[in-house]
Design a protein around this ligand. Structure first.
Ligand code: VGL
Ligand code: ZN
Length: 189
């Protein structure tokens, strides 16, 4: 864990990516120690709330028979199907009542790994004068990576919360960190 941990200030937002049951142990697309991100993210939620900073939570929200599922020629087992318990946020994640939920993965014709992909999230952040985003959640080498790279491309300062994320594969995780660093992300504890 890096020694330096960024502190939050006005103009910052917390973006929690896909901390849903299907990505946690016992879920349909379980990530090793996926649930370990929950207590870490709860501390970041407290920090954001103390300073009255907004919290966003994205969720993967697929229709039955989504194109990203193996049976349809995609890469993944069926997961995060709309309104199932697998698609629910982890029960121990202390999302504030005014959390803004970003729903993605609903398109029939393509997957949306990034929380910015056709959701209007960049416009939402600009409208709320958010300039810097702290990102954690699941999975590091899939949706977290895609979200961080899009955030950087949209011109937001982006802090990856390393201890608040886990990869599908260790190798993928290392590559993801490298690509995010290259894109200009700040890697924080
Ligand atoms: C994700 C695989 C498939 C993620 C979503 O949220 O990282 N991974 N769909
Ligand atoms: Zn998905």
């Amino acid at each position: 864990m890096p020694e330096h941990e960024e502190t939050m200030k006005s103009g910052d937002a917390l973006l929690i990516v896909d901390v849903q049951n299907d990505f946690c142990p016992g879920g349909a697309l379980a990530i090793e120690k996926g649930d370990a991100v929950v207590p870490v993210l709860n501390r970041w939620i407290s920090r954001a709330s103390e300073k009255d900073l907004p919290v966003y939570a994205s969720r993967d929200w697929h229709p039955v028979g989504h194109v990203s599922f193996r049976e349809q020629g995609g890469s993944w087992p069926p997961h995060c199907i709309q309104d199932t318990s697998g698609a629910a946020f982890h029960k121990d994640l202390n999302l504030p009542a005014d959390t803004v939920v970003v729903t993605k993965g609903v398109r029939f014709d393509q997957d949306q790994n990034s929380a910015f992909d056709q959701t209007g999230l960049a416009e939402e952040f600009r409208r709320r004068q958010i300039r810097r985003i702290f990102v954690g959640g699941l999975a590091l080498d899939v949706c977290v990576q895609a979200t961080v790279l899009d955030a950087l491309e949209e011109g937001f300062e982006t802090v990856l919360l390393l201890s608040a994320t886990r990869p599908v594969t260790a190798e993928g995780g290392e590559k993801a960190i490298e690509s995010m660093k290259k894109g200009g992300a700040v890697i924080s504890g």
